[in-house]
Design a binder for this molecule. Structure first.
Ligand SMILES: Cc1ncc(COP(=O)(O)O)c(C=O)c1O
Length: 415
């Protein structure tokens, strides 16, 4: 009886949650939209959309340098988001949160500043074989420039890394370990706390790419003891064009600035410029004020439901999808890690993933197909790409049933 009551409560909440997302009521190709491309970007609740309009209608102004009322209101709203992010990841202080335009920029910032200043020829940087291109290319660029080398932790058949492989790869030359907390292509959750502990023992700093983790998992940067953490607002119900970089104060203070310009300076003369304190030292120019302000509404949205509830619902969706799809002949999963977020990659034998994506789209079902910006990972599995369904809090069991049904129909046609 108690289980039934919980179930009903949860169902009610999900439909209330769906009502907050205007886009979810639209049709695609004559069917209600079933949106399973959440790992690429989530849809936005009305509160986030309204916050953008509210900002422009009521207190649009440039921040930090004005004394007039609008400038003060805009500055205060912008800084409120910084505090909301600080609390969301449990950073020690708000100054440790830097706004960027996304995870990619956050990682590039660390590679271009910490990397250039502290990684020298002969040093090593470790990443895993499941990284997004955003967590590969900036390090390759750094290595090309300074003669350091990039070491890769191999990926097992189930889509996981082993701590033994990590221990073997880690040396006293390792200066940076940069890994995803959760893989965007396979959903695998990596043992990042242990990786951070081992890395620190070896004297390396740790960057966590939390693009796919922050929307789903409780994250406490102090407990994880990571040195940097990067994430994107748009993957967690917030606007595009906003990212965060968390960094420990002592490291951020040691690092040279990223870009030069307004806001990041204390004093400029033609002889010498002194730089602003953190976080402003890393925020040159006018930032994406409206979207940063609206990002707070996305954080409020997640907090309003709670990560525990989000994780429970998404796990139920994932398990339902796995059990339904695994019964279909010719469907092969890529990645079957024990610990994972709600990302599911598969292929249908004999059909190119793009074609599967097109056929599902014709049924109103949005999935992503291709290499998911993880070409080395696809090469590891000797495939060109996958069909990826990734779930969010507003997805329902009925939608997953439509996915399973759609895939079944497509698989029947496969040679
Ligand atoms: C794991 C991971 N890292 C980095 C990125 C890059 O994020 P963004 O495009 O928001 O900079 C993504 C985006 O899909 C991702 O999934």
């Amino acid at each position: 009886m108690a289980v039934e009551v919980n179930f009903i409560e949860q169902e009610l909440n999900i439909s209330e949650i769906r009502d907050q997302f205007p886009i979810l009521s639209r049709e695609v190709n004559g069917y209600p939209l079933a949106y399973f491309d959440n790992a690429a970007t989530t849809q936005k609740p009305r509160s986030v959309i309204d916050a953008i309009t509210h900002y422009y209608n009521n207190f649009n102004a440039n921040i930090h340098r004005g004394v007039h009322t609008l400038a003060e209101e805009a500055t205060s709203a912008f800084e409120q988001t910084r505090i909301a992010v600080q609390q969301f990841v449990n950073a020690h202080e708000a100054e440790e949160i830097i706004f960027t335009k996304g995870t990619s920029e956050s990682i590039n910032l660390v590679a271009s500043t910490y990397g250039k200043a502290f990684v020298k020829s002969g040093d090593e940087i470790i990443i895993t074989g499941m990284e997004h291109h955003s967590n590969i290319v900036p390090w390759q660029m750094l290595c090309e420039e300074n003669g350091a080398s990039l070491k890769i932790i191999p990926i097992s058949e189930t889509g996981e890394i082993s701590l033994d492989d990590f221990r073997e790869t880690l040396t006293d030359k390792t200066k940076i370990v940069s890994v995803c907390m959760a893989s965007n292509a396979l959903g695998t959750i990596n043992p990042v706390k242990e990786l951070a502990r081992l890395s620190h023992e070896a004297g390396a700093v740790v960057l966590l790419d939390a693009a796919q983790a922050l929307p789903h998992l409780e994250i406490d940067v102090q407990e994880l003891n990571c040195d940097f953490l990067a994430a994107s607002a748009h993957k967690m119900y917030g606007p595009t064009g906003v990212g965060i970089l968390y960094g420990k104060r002592n490291l951020l203070e040691m690092m040279p600035p990223y870009q030069g310009g307004g806001e990041m300076i204390k004093e400029v003369t033609f002889k010498k410029t002194t730089y602003n304190d953190i976080p402003f030292k890393f925020e040159a120019g006018t930032p994406n004020i409206a979207d940063v302000v609206a990002f707070k509404s996305a954080i409020d949205f997640i907090n309003g439901i709670g990560k525990k509830m989000i994780a429970e619902h998404e796990t139920e969706l994932l398990q339902h999808a796995i059990s339904g799809l695994s019964e279909i002949e010719k469907v092969n999963f890529i990645g079957e890690a024990k610990e994972r977020v709600s990302v599911l990659s598969f292929n249908i034998e004999g059909i190119h993933p793009f074609d599967v994506g097109m056929m599902l789209d014709a049924m109103g079902i949005a999935v992503r197909t291709g290499h998911h910006c993880t070409m080395p990972l696809m090469a590891r599995f000797d495939i060109e790409g996958t069909v990826r369904a990734s779930f969010a809090i507003y997805n329902t069991i009925e939608e997953i049933d439509r996915l399973i049904d759609g895939v079944r129909k497509i698989a029947v046609r496969a040679k």
